[in-house]
Ligand binder design. Structure first.
Ligand code: NAI
Ligand code: MG
Length: 501
């Protein structure tokens, strides 16, 4: 359940921080249940791969139904006996603030682990780690501000509207932002809930670190549990478990739909953050330098494996050739490689499966008649690298414009009028986000009103902040995370009627 011998021999080749080296040599990669790092009941493990080399570097516990049941019972017991829920709000805040400090002291460790199992580049992992810290900072202020209210009521009664935690909350995470784990669990904790986190099977390591830091910060054992393993077993067992009250899922639409169906018998509260096919609409009055830089950044960031990646670039015909040329120029010299090399700008895809998926879509784009203006092939023959790829002459009906590819593939679609641009942008089953590039204020507002998405960015893209709600509409999911929206998701309102004699 630790780093493999072969990996330890080659570890000198990676510029790992001392903290990461110590973790890899000295830690068990197990579930975290009732405050203990434990192996699976069955003893089963799963391989972890470095996406930059394709080599197995460690094995981690792979859970089953029994491990899920242990973790859920631990979380339920912690919730029922109130060891966290009934702690004074001030004390909850103190401990969450301590968690933020500890996360800050573990930056190198978290960042290195993201690079190692997630294939993330350092700039991106640093951003994710910081976003996790910012989110803990934000929610650490909530416990003392949570309050109920007294709604208008008949004069012979007093009614209190009380806000209470939901109970045991399961968080099922994807592999594309592993160190963002605190963002998933801290809103639930701030409301007094207990949590079972199921990290993606490709990227389980940072969850172990975060769970240990929660303990060190004084969040009692059993309040934050982690169970590793494949989704079809561990995720499915969490969804089916009668003692789990709520599920927060981030991942593919296909799995989201499966979870929604599987959650029906136990009527769980769900929130779904699914994928997207987000449009970037560039009008002919836009700042083209800014647009070219931001749009390419948002398409190649984490090799396109980001749910808000702006993969459909709609360009007004008069500036089409100029903007495409600028984007090709900016993307041509991108340095592709392992995140452990300081000058790397784009890392690998997460897995062979993901590389195959991207290659299949690039083949489909060619077959459907789109033109490859840049890239179009995998890079090298070791690791899961793919070139940044720009398709021009794309019709919005083509498969590459309709399905989430989740790789560094951009589809450029020309348009003539504003109405046409909005129609194309909304002609998708997804509704996560959109970008609008224009200097015309009225047009910016018109477009923002007309776009059916959860987030519109005007003259910027992919900005996130813990106080600003985030999520999608249509097949991109429902429910909002971050800001006060997460507080609503993780609390129930209870009405208490008291008759006045
Ligand atoms: P996935 O949606 O299947 O996996 C996400 C999480 O759900 C993982 O923790 C996984 O173990 C879990 N899971 C899988 N099946 C489950 C089930 N039946 N019940 C409960 N939990 C389950 O995503 P996957 O297979 O890793 O990637 C496939 C595609 O999904 C990608 O190519 C990409 O297009 C999309 N995706 C989108 C993400 C986003 O943020 N929008 C994130 C990850 C994947
Ligand atoms: Mg899957």
């Amino acid at each position: 359940m630790r780093a493999t011998r072969a990996f330890l021999k080659t570890m000198d080749e990676w510029p790992l921080s001392q903290a990461a080296t110590n973790f890899l040599v000295g830690s068990e990669f197990g579930h975290v249940i009732e405050g203990e790092v434990v192996a699976s009941a069955s003893g089963e493990t799963m391989a972890l791969y470095d996406p930059a080399t394709g080599l197995e570097f460690a094995r981690c516990a792979a859970g089953g139904v029994e491990d899920v049941d242990r973790a859920v019972r631990s979380a339920r017991q912690a919730f029922e006996d109130g060891r966290w829920r009934n702690l004074d709000a001030q004390e909850k805040e103190r401990r969450l603030r301590r968690l933020s400090v500890l996360l800050g002291q573990s930056r190198d460790l978290l960042s290195d682990l993201d690079v190692l199992d997630g294939g993330v580049v350092q700039a991106y992992s640093a951003f994710i780690v910081q976003f996790g810290i910012d989110t803990v900072d934000y929610y650490s202020g909530w416990p003392t501000k949570l309050h109920g209210s007294m709604p208008a009521a008949p004069h012979d009664v007093v009614v209190q509207q009380v806000r209470e935690p939901v109970g045991v909350c399961a968080v099922i995470s994807p592999w594309n932002g592993p160190s963002a784990a605190p963002c998933g669990i801290v809103p639930a904790l701030a409301c007094g809930n207990s949590v079972v986190l199921k990290p993606a099977e490709q990227t389980p390591l940072t969850a172990i670190v975060v769970a240990k830091l929660c303990l060190e910060a004084g969040i009692p054992p059993g309040v934050v549990n982690v169970v590793h393993g494949v989704g079809e077993i561990v995720g499915a067992a969490l969804v089916a478990h009668p003692q789990v009250d709520a599920i927060s899922f981030t991942g593919s639409g296909e799995t989201g739909r499966r979870i929604q169906a599987a959650a029906a018998p136990t009527l769980k509260r769900l929130s779904m953050e699914l994928g997207g096919k987000s449009p970037q609409i560039v009008f002919d009055d836009a700042d083209l330098d800014a647009a070219a830089a931001t749009i390419t950044g948002a398409a190649w960031g984490h090799s396109g494996q980001v749910c808000t990646a702006g993969t459909r670039v709609l360009i007004q015909r008069g500036i089409h050739d100029e903007l495409v040329a600028a984007m090709v120029e900016k993307s041509r010299s991108i340095k592709i490689g392992s995140g452990f090399r300081a000058d790397t700008q784009m890392g690998p895809l997460i897995s062979q499966e993901q590389l195959d998926r991207v290659s299949r879509y690039v083949g489909l784009g060619r077959a459907e008649g789109a033109h490859v203006a840049l890239g179009g092939a995998r890079q090298g023959d070791a690791g899961y690298f793919h070139q940044p790829t720009i398709f021009t002459g794309v019709d919005n009906r083509m498969t590459i414009a309709r399905e989430e590819i989740f790789g560094p593939v951009m589809s450029v679609i020309p348009f003539d009028t504003e109405e046409e641009a909005i129609a194309i942008a909304n002609d998708t089953e997804y509704g996560l986000a959109a970008g609008v590039w224009t200097r015309d204020l009225s047009r910016a507002h018109r477009a923002s009103q007309a776009l059916r998405v959860g987030t519109v960015w005007v003259n910027t893209y992919q900005r996130v902040n813990p106080s600003i709600p985030y999520g999608g509409v249509k097949q991109s999911g429902y429910g909002r995370s971050l800001g006060a929206a997460s507080i609503d998701h993780y609390t129930e309102l209870k009405s208490v009627w008291l008759k006045i004699r």
